[in-house]
Design a protein around this ligand. Structure first.
Ligand code: NAD
Length: 485
C-alpha cells in the first residue's frame, strides 16, 4: 500500500486527531498493530454535531439533481482509491483481498445508485375538498443523521449510510466500530481531500459504542439514527432513541435458514451454500446459518458439501488464492468455537476434517478451520444463535409444512434461502417464510436496488433501494390556497 493509513477523524471540515481514548487497531491475521487512532472525545463529538447542524440547511436547498451530480463525482474519486481501500480491509478485517475488492465496488456503487434515485425523485400534489386549493406532500430531510456501523463491511457500510443520508439533503455524523475504524477514516479523508462537499456535512468520529455511539443517539441535534449491528446493541439504541421520539432505522443480526428441497439442483445448492456460509469468513448478517435438507437428498448433500468445505483454503488474506482469512477478533473466534464444541458435545456429527491448521502463519491470529455438522437438532445453541463464523449446522426434514415452521421458529427474520426447480414451491417460499428477504435458487449478497430489511428482531427499516432512501426523509404537507373559494 503506498498511501499511509489515515488515522485522523473528520470534524467540521477538518482532518485531525481525536482527543479521546487511544485505540490500537490490530491485524487479525498477525495480532500486530496496524495503526493507532486517537478516538473522539465528548467535546469532539459536540463539535462534529454542531458543524453538521450548521451544514445541512444550505446543502438541502440544492436541487436533488445537483446533489446527484456531486454524489457521482464522489463515486469517481472513491473508485480512484479502490485498491487502497481494499488493502485497508485486508489489514483491519482480515478479509481476503478478492472479497475486499468486491466490497470496494459497493463503496462507490452506493453513491452512484443514490444519485440515480435523486435524478428521478418525485413528490406529490394532492387535492383537498376545496376549489383553488391543494396540498404538497414533500420529502424533507431530517437534518442531522447519526450513523453507527459494525466491523464486518466497514467500507461498504460507510457509503451505505453516507450516500443516502446526504443524498436526501441531511448532514451526517458517522461512528465506525472500534475494531475497524480505518476504512471509514480513509473514506472521510478521500472525500475531504476532493473538496466536493461543504465543511461539516460529513463527520466521522471513532470511539466506543457506550460513549461516542450513545452520545450520537442521545444528542438533541441528531434527528434520525441509522444503525447496522447486533440485535442487542440495536435494542439499546432503539430504547435511547425512543426517549427522544427519534426515528431509528436498524439493520440487525440474522439466523438465515437455507432449505434444500428434494427436486433441487444439488450442485447449485452446494455451491451457493458454500459461498453464502463462507463469505467474509461467515461474518455476514445474511449468511446461511441453518441448513435444512430434505431426507431424499440429505446424505448426498452432506457428502458433497462437506467435501467442498474441506477444499476451502484458509490462509493469508493478501493472497488471491485464499478463501478464508482469520476471524476478526479473538472474541468472535471463541464464540464460534464454543458453539461448534457445544454442538459436538450434544451429539451433532462433524463431517469435515477436524485437524488443526499447521504452519508458522497460524501461530498468531484468530484462525479456525471451517466445519460442517450433520444431524443437528433445532434446540442446539448452534442452531438458535447467530454463529457468524464458518460452521454449517445441517438437519433433515420431510415436508414443506414442517420445514417452513422450523425455519420461521426464530426471533431473527432477515433472510432465507430455498433451492427448488418447482415454480409453485418458489411462490410458497415467498408466502410462507417470514423473513425480510427470500432468495430462491441463489444466495446473497443482496442487490443495491432491493430493500434489505429484517422482520422481527432483525431490524426496522433499512438503507437500500428507493425504500431505503425514503428512511432518510421525513414528509411535510403544505396546504396552499391560491384563489377565492
Ligand atoms: P455491535 O452491535 O456490537 O456493534 C455495532 C456498532 O454499534 C459498533 O459501532 C458499536 O460501537 C455500536 N454500539 C454498540 N452498542 C451501542 C450503544 N449502546 N449505543 C450506540 N452504539 C452502540 O455489532 P458487531 O458485533 O460489531 O456486528 C455484528 C452484527 O452486525 C451481527 O449481528 C450482524 O448480523 C450485524 N449486521 C447486520 C447487517 C444488516 O444489514 N442487517 C449488516 C452487517 C452486520
Amino acid at each position: 500500500m503506498t498511501t499511509p493509513i489515515s488515522t485522523q477523524l473528520l470534524i467540521a471540515g477538518k482532518l485531525r486527531e481525536g482527543r479521546g481514548d487511544v485505540n490500537i487497531v490490530t491485524n487479525p491475521a498477525t495480532e500486530e498493530a496496524v495503526a493507532v487512532v486517537n478516538d473522539a472525545s465528548e467535546l469532539d463529538l459536540r463539535e462534529a454535531l454542531t458543524a453538521a447542524d450548521a451544514a445541512w440547511p444550505a446543502w438541502s436547498r440544492e436541487v436533488p439533481s445537483e446533489r446527484a451530480r456531486t454524489l457521482r463525482q464522489i463515486a469517481d474519486v472513491l473508485d480512484d482509491h479502490r485498491e487502497e481501500l481494499a488493502h485497508i480491509l485486508v489489514e483491519e478485517v482480515g478479509k481476503p483481498i478478492v472479497e475486499a475488492r468486491g466490497e470496494t465496488e459497493a463503496t462507490s456503487g452506493f453513491f452512484r445508485y443514490t444519485a440515480s434515485l435523486l435524478e428521478t425523485l418525485t413528490d406529490e400534489i394532492r387535492y383537498t375538498p376545496n376549489r383553488n386549493e391543494n396540498m404538497w406532500v414533500r420529502r424533507r430531510p431530517h437534518g442531522v443523521v447519526g450513523a453507527i456501523i459494525p466491523w464486518n463491511y466497514p467500507s461498504a457500510l460507510t457509503s451505505r449510510k453516507i450516500a443516502p443520508a446526504i443524498g436526501a439533503g441531511n448532514a451526517i455524523v458517522l461512528k465506525p466500530d472500534s475494531n475497524t475504524p480505518l476504512s471509514s477514516l480513509a473514506i472521510a479523508r478521500i472525500i475531504h481531500d476532493s473538496g466536493l462537499l461543504p465543511d461539516g456535512l460529513i463527520n466521522v468520529v471513532s470511539g466506543r459504542g457506550s460513549t461516542i455511539g450513545a452520545g450520537i443517539v442521545e444528542s438533541p441535534i441528531t434527528q434520525m439514527i441509522s444503525m447496522t449491528g447486533s440485535t442487542g446493541a440495536g435494542k439499546a439504541i432503539l430504547r435511547a432513541a425512543a426517549r427522544h421520539v427519534k426515528p431509528a432505522s436498524l439493520e440487525l443480526g440474522g439466523n438465515a435458514p437455507l432449505i434444500v428441497m428434494p427436486d433441487a439442483d444439488l450442485t447449485l445448492a452446494v455451491n451457493e451454500a458454500l459461498k453464502s456460509r463462507h463469505a467474509n469468513n461467515g461474518q455476514v448478517c445474511i449468511c446461511a446459518e441453518r441448513f435444512f435438507v430434505h431426507r431424499r437428498v440429505y446424505n448426498d448433500f452432506v457428502d458433497l458439501y462437506s467435501a467442498a468445505v474441506d477444499r476451502l483454503t484458509v490462509g493469508d488474506p493478501h493472497s488471491e488464492d485464499t478463501d478464508l482469512g482469520p476471524k476478526v477478533t479473538r472474541d468472535e473466534l471463541n464464540k464460534t468455537l464454543r458453539l461448534l464444541d457445544a454442538a459436538v458435545q450434544a451429539g451433532a456429527r462433524l463431517t469435515t476434517n477436524p485437524g488443526d491448521l499447521v504452519g508458522e502463519q497460524f501461530e498468531r491470529g484468530y484462525w479456525m478451520r471451517p466445519a460442517v455438522l450433520a444431524d443437528v437438532d433445532d434446540a442446539m445453541s448452534v442452531a438458535v444463535e447467530e454463529i457468524f463464523g464458518p460452521v454449517s449446522p445441517i438437519s433433515v426434514f420431510d415436508s414443506w409444512a414442517e420445514v417452513a415452521a422450523r425455519a420461521n421458529d426464530t426471533s431473527f427474520g432477515l433472510s432465507a434461502y430455498v433451492f427448488t426447480k418447482d415454480l409453485e414451491q418458489a411462490f410458497k417460499a415467498s408466502d410462507d417464510l417470514s423473513f425480510g428477504e427470500v432468495y430462491v435458487n441463489r444466495t446473497g449478497p443482496e442487490e443495491i436496488n432491493g430493500f434489505h430489511t429484517g422482520f422481527r428482531e432483525s431490524g426496522i427499516g433499512g438503507d437500500d433501494g428507493p425504500h431505503g432512501l425514503d428512511q432518510f426523509f421525513r414528509r411535510q404537507t403544505t396546504y396552499v390556497r391560491y384563489g377565492h373559494a
